[in-house]
Design a protein around this ligand. Structure first.
Ligand code: RUB
Length: 309
């Protein structure tokens, strides 16, 4: 898919979920490189930077997109020709996308060890990493029940329940405001991540922090399922995560409300690290306090490139 179609598909949520948008961003840059005609390096870099900016602009909250784009463009400034740059971008995108798909599989294998017979699981929105954990445990023959929230306003929970039902999982859909009520029966919560900050705060679908509070009150374990490319290098240098606000029509249809009514539609929220029992990543089950060490060791000296990026 080319850059413009990818950007439109991400904006309209045809492509959604932090992992998927990261892979789509990487693939769009590979498509750009593959279809570029011309051999003027300067012109290529100008067009490439414009494509990068468009892709990064498509959704603001998930750092996975930013990390996917940067992984795809890594080393491009050092290329001696357009042909070299094109080859590098295509190879980087393939590596990122393959690593991303494998990470979700590994997270499933690690996270499934935390699920036992008799568990009652709660999940929120539609996270491929969280679903990988649940499906892996189910395929291992474990017997458990799952509750999934509807996740208003976009109702990603419908995708989750249909996907798990097809798999054969015992799945119950609840409305978002039923979370505290069902929490008394829940034994473990598994959610995904859009961004995790250097101090271990989780940014995920709006309502995640409510689940975490209710889980904490009921002494229920709360796990985040997240590839390490959802860790945000910019937060190390004090940058805040932008919380996306979406169209008001997602909340109420035109004409439904008195014109004096205002609508506020933030689609992500922040869950402080103290409510998180563990982050299940492709490199293992880590504490929120380890995010800093993972980021700095994975990026090495490259981390300083991200001051003010
Ligand atoms: C999706 C959402 C998911 C994370 C993780 O929000 O919040 O929990 O993106 O998903 P939206 P994954 O539907 O607005 O994109 O584990 O698939 O990367």
């Amino acid at each position: 898919m080319d850059v413009d179609s990818t950007v439109n598909a991400i904006k309209s949520m045809e492509i959604r979920g932090a992992g998927r948008i990261a892979r789509a961003g990487a693939s769009a840059l590979a498509d750009f490189a593959g279809s570029y005609e011309g051999d003027d390096s300067k012109g290529f870099m100008i067009d490439l930077m414009a494509a990068k900016a468009k892709i990064l602009d498509s959704r603001p909250t998930a750092v996975s997109l930013w990390n996917g784009v940067h992984a795809t463009l890594k080393g491009v400034e050092g290329c001696g020709s357009v042909e070299d740059a094109k080859r590098l971008i295509i190879a980087n995108a393939e590596r990122f996308n393959e690593g991303s798909v494998n990470a979700v599989k590994t997270i499933g294998e690690i996270g499934a060890k935390r699920i036992q017979d008799g568990d009652v699981i709660l999940t929120h929105c539609n996270s491929s990493a969280a679903l990988s954990v649940i499906k892996t445990a189910f395929r291992q023959g474990k017997k458990f029940k799952v509750y999934a929230t509807e996740s208003r306003p976009w109702r990603q929970g419908i995708l989750t329940v249909n996907d798990l039902a097809k798999e054969g999982v015992d799945i119950t859909l609840i409305i978002d405001s039923a979370v505290r009520s069902v929490m008394k029966n829940v034994t473990k919560v598994f959610v995904g991540a859009d961004t995790i900050t250097s101090h271990g705060t989780l940014v995920n679908k709006i309502g995640t922090s409510q689940l975490a509070l209710a889980a904490n009150e009921a002494r229920v374990q709360f796990y985040v399922c997240s590839e390490t490319y959802k860790f945000s290098p910019m937060t190390l240098f004090g940058d805040m995560v932008t919380i996306e606000e979406r169209d008001h029509e997602e909340v109420a249809k035109a004409g439904e409300l008195d014109p004096r009514v205002k609508i506020f539609n933030p689609v992500f929220d922040s869950t402080p690290s103290k409510y998180i029992d563990g982050i299940i990543t492709e490199i293992g089950l880590i504490s929120p306090g380890s995010v800093y060490h993972v980021m700095t060791s994975q990026l090495g000296d490259d981390i300083f490139k991200f001051i003010g990026d």
